[in-house]
Write a protein that binds this ligand. Structure first.
Ligand SMILES: [Zn+2]
Length: 166
């Protein structure tokens, strides 16, 4: 994605109050973000780990979603798959993220949730910048194909969060 300013990021949020968007913790070491490998930006608040954020380029827009994270523990499972990038993780490296929906639906308490890489580092896994700790199912897709598939999953999550109907 193209490099964003801190101001652009704060203004992109669609499902939280202006106050939260203004005060939320931006990614640590903001100046060191390698934008060309970040197909989207996802991070967790280092001081309040239950808070997480997603910033996604969408057509000419940038959509920011404020998320809540919960540990991804489910009995009987040893591993789980990220719904964005399909990387297989042990349960400690995966978390359940939920986003309050935008608009009226969100005001009525509607959320959308999904299991994702706990650090939201999906683009780094897809582009081989970060190695998953578990053995992955073998795939024949190219890097571009993997990134395209991931972004399709990300956009459909954003779609669900943006849907206005209750
Ligand atoms: Zn992922």
């Amino acid at each position: 994605m193209r490099p964003l300013s801190q101001d652009e990021i704060r203004k992109s949020f669609v499902n939280c109050s202006k106050g939260e968007a203004k005060s939320l913790a931006l990614p640590a070491r903001f100046d060191e973000i390698t934008w060309e490998v970040q197909d989207f930006l996802g991070w967790r608040d280092a001081r309040a780990r239950e808070r997480a954020y997603l910033v996604v380029p969408r057509d000419d827009e940038i959509i920011g979603l404020s998320l809540r994270a919960a540990p991804g523990r489910r009995s009987g499972l040893k591993s789980n798959v990220c719904a964005f990038c399909t990387t297989v993780h042990s349960l400690t490296d995966i978390a359940l993220f939920s986003a309050r929906r935008a608009g009226a639906a969100g005001r009525q308490g509607n959320t959308v949730g999904t299991y994702l890489c706990a650090e939201l580092a999906c683009p780094l896994y897809m582009r081989g910048k970060k190695k998953p700790e578990m053995r992955q199912t073998r795939e024949t897709l190219t890097e571009d194909e993997r990134v395209t598939r991931m972004m399709g999953n990300v956009q459909s999550f954003v779609d669900q969060a943006l849907r206005e109907d209750v």
